[in-house]
Design a protein around this ligand. Structure first.
Ligand SMILES: Cc1cc2nc3c(=O)[nH]c(=O)nc-3n(C[C@H](O)[C@H](O)[C@H](O)COP(=O)(O)OP(=O)(O)OC[C@H]3O[C@@H](n4cnc5c(N)ncnc54)[C@H](O)[C@@H]3O)c2cc1C
Length: 472
């Protein structure tokens, strides 16, 4: 079967249950049920299969490397279409600082490739070694450095997309400084594709903006007696008037007391003071040799922050030390995941949140939520995440199905409160199948109807990514 200029398509979707088994799972508790697997090598091949599917009314769920925590890349029925065979850097323009990359490329591999040319792609989800560029666009992924650099959508220039009408299209952002033509939210269809979670089309190529690779950066763990004082410090460090704050963070991340216990148990060389009840992980970029100046300014800020333990600050100025801090931080989610899995036989698990609020609302909301958790009697909670962006992850470890029901009710309440104060239910992992029943907190009926109408334009037969994003 020939699609265009000699490229062939796979003769039929793979139906071998042993092959399909891997496509039934991602990083969420959801289990998929794909009936066939497509692994197109070109956009034209993807478009061919999408048109076939639209003609026969077969559902198609696009997927990347299946690191989603929301089950969004899992097919409840029909076919799953993976971009894993579309890999590699297609074009790099160091002058314009842009790159075009195939959607199945692992994000970390892409970042390493551009860094060899002295360039830098800022989005940094913790999963960067296990997720695809296409997946990060479809979920509008972000990470610790989003505090300084924003999420994936800010770095997108364009996307090539295969659509169910059998066409392949490029959507690109306008490059003029100003534009007053049409609905501001729809001037760039590329932004519609970002966060679409597979519901609008299959992304085959991604064009992004790059910046010069920062010369150097300093990272540190600043310890505090409790979470409240750590959050007050973050408020000071966020002050955009640098004459007052003295610092220019690129990330501001919280780890609470239970996270510190996990870090202590790793037995690393980094001393964690016994009196600490929270830590803020920070990074600041600077010119080579500028580390002492940066550290002095962080110390000065810590010294005037109530509840800080400035003398215990652990700093990392070289690559080995920075890796040590990073490894220690990453041990926390890994350990909590294992704890959650250990309760699976009795119906227990880890239930985590992804809501975010304006920073000014964060401390009061967290103290309300902590009171609800104590009242509900849940025994194990750990909080970490991107507090500089008002985005902590609550991790509730539940031991059985009864505790899970309590935790799910609490998460619903957190989402409602977050939206009530101007926040959102998902700040980076997306909605998928796990959070779609909280979507009504975020969007009213009119907004959902508008989104469904847009989906109807791209996917009139409604074959794409059933079960994602929209409430049941
Ligand atoms: C340990 C761990 C840490 C994580 N940390 C972060 C984090 O810090 N920040 C963050 O944002 N996320 C994080 N995630 C979530 C996840 O890695 C991201 O959502 C990532 O963007 C998913 O990419 P993927 O390639 O694995 O996509 P998949 O999981 O395969 O799919 C995710 C969604 O993208 C759609 N999709 C994938 N490829 C395409 C395509 N080519 N065309 C159209 N739609 C497509 C799918 O339909 C689905 O809706 C983490 C996950 C894990 C397991």
């Amino acid at each position: 079967m020939v699609v265009q200029s000699g490229s062939t398509v796979q003769p039929s979707p793979v139906a071998d249950p042993e092959v399909l088994e891997a496509y039934r799972h991602d990083a969420s508790p959801v289990i998929g049920n794909p009936e066939g697997l497509l692994r197109p090598q070109t956009a034209a091949e993807a478009a061919f299969w999408l048109a076939e599917a639209a003609g026969s009314g077969t559902a198609v769920t696009p997927c990347g490397l299946r690191s989603s925590t929301t089950g969004s890349g899992l097919a409840p029925h029909g076919w799953v279409m993976s971009c894993e065979r579309m890999t590699g850097l297609i074009d790099l323009d160091p002058e314009r600082r842009t790159a075009t990359v195939a959607s199945g490329t692992v994000l970390r591999e892409f970042k390493d490739a551009v860094e060899e040319h002295g360039l830098f792609y800022p989005p940094d989800p913790t999963s960067e070694g296990e997720c695809s560029l296409g997946g990060t666009v479809a979920c509008d992924a972000s990470g610790a450095r989003t505090y300084r650099y924003g999420a994936t959508h800010r770095w997108l220039r364009g996307v090539e997309v295969a659509l169910p009408d059998g066409s392949v299209r490029w959507f690109r952002k306008r490059r003029s400084d100003k534009d007053a033509t049409g609905y501001a939210g729809m001037r760039d269809l590329v932004q519609l594709m970002c966060g679409s979670e597979g519901t609008l089309g299959f992304i085959s190529k991604v064009e992004v903006d790059l910046i010069a690779k920062p010369e150097a950066f300093t990272a540190g763990f600043a310890f505090f007696v409790d979470v409240a004082s750590a959050l007050s410090f973050v408020g000071l460090a966020r002050d955009e008037d640098r004459a007052r704050s003295g610092v220019r963070p690129r990330c501001l991340e919280l780890l609470d007391g239970p996270c510190l216990e996990i870090m202590r148990a790793q037995g690393s060389g980094i001393a964690i003071p016994a009196s600490a009840g929270a830590v803020i992980f920070f990074e600041e970029e600077h010119a080579a040799g500028g580390d002492m100046d940066v550290l002095e300014r962080w110390w000065a800020l810590l010294e005037r922050s109530p509840g800080a333990l400035p003398d215990d600050t652990a700093v990392a100025t070289d690559r080995r030390q920075q890796e040590e801090l990073r490894t220690l931080r990453h041990a926390v989610p890994a350990t909590l995941n294992e704890e959650g899995h250990s309760f699976a036989p009795s119906g227990g698990k880890k239930i985590s949140t992804d809501w975010a609020v304006p920073f000014a609302e964060l401390a009061p909301l967290m103290s309300r939520i902590d009171a609800w958790i104590a009242e509900a009697g849940l025994s194990r909670t750990a909080r970490f995440g991107h507090v500089g962006n008002g985005h902590p992850h609550y991790n509730l470890i539940v031991r059985d199905a009864a505790e899970a029901a309590v935790a799910h009710e609490l998460v619903g309440r957190m989402c409602a409160e977050a939206c009530a104060v101007g926040g959102t239910i998902s700040a980076e992992h997306g909605v998928g199948k796990v959070k779609r029943n909280y979507v009504h907190h975020r969007f009213g009926e009119l907004e959902l109807a508008a989104m469904k109408a847009v989906k109807g334009v791209f996917d009139p037969a409604s074959i794409l990514a059933p079960g994602n994003l929209f409430p049941e």
